[in-house]
Write a protein that binds this ligand. Structure first.
Ligand code: DQA
Length: 143
């Protein structure tokens, strides 16, 4: 079984970008944490794109090939009805993750279109949020 861990714009710079907010660890560290969080019966497919359409194409492809999606849509969280619509075509569990505690930040980060679909939302746990989301998908879909 495969879990898609999808990352939106600017998260390729994780570790370098505003480390006071997002920390010093990188997307490779996210991949390692996610792999450690799921049993050997699961594989992690971690992807990142700065392009909305690419993220949507990956969600469509995941319909046939995955048992859950962990998504940090970056700033597209707050703007993208198209990502919401794509996730609404996807039946297995979807968990939304934000590294930072978005509700403590600017008001424009308080609203999420993706939350209208997400089965759970995690914010402010740092990179541990990805691992918690993976563990939740494992417990929802079964080993
Ligand atoms: C983020 C929060 C978003 O508001 C921001 O645009 C990001 C990262 C987070 O992980 O905390 O790019 O999703």
């Amino acid at each position: 079984k495969t879990i898609l861990v999808l990352n939106g714009p600017n998260l390729n710079l994780l570790g370098k970008r505003q480390p006071q907010i997002y920390g010093h660890e990188t997307l490779e560290d996210v991949a390692r944490l996610c792999r450690d969080a799921c049993g050997s019966g699961f594989s992690i497919d971690l992807q990142q794109s700065n392009h909305e359409g690419q993220l949507i194409d990956w969600i469509h492809a995941a319909r046939e090939t995955t048992c859950g999606i962990v998504i940090n849509p970056g700033a597209l969280t707050h703007t993208s009805i198209a990502i919401l619509d794509a996730l609404n075509t996807y039946d297995p569990p979807v968990i939304e993750v934000h590294i930072s505690q978005v509700h403590k930040r600017e008001a424009f980060r308080h609203h999420s279109f993706v939350s209208l679909r997400a089965d759970a939302v995690i914010a402010g746990l740092g990179l541990e949020g990805y691992a918690a989301a993976v563990r939740r998908i494992v417990s929802l879909v079964g080993e």
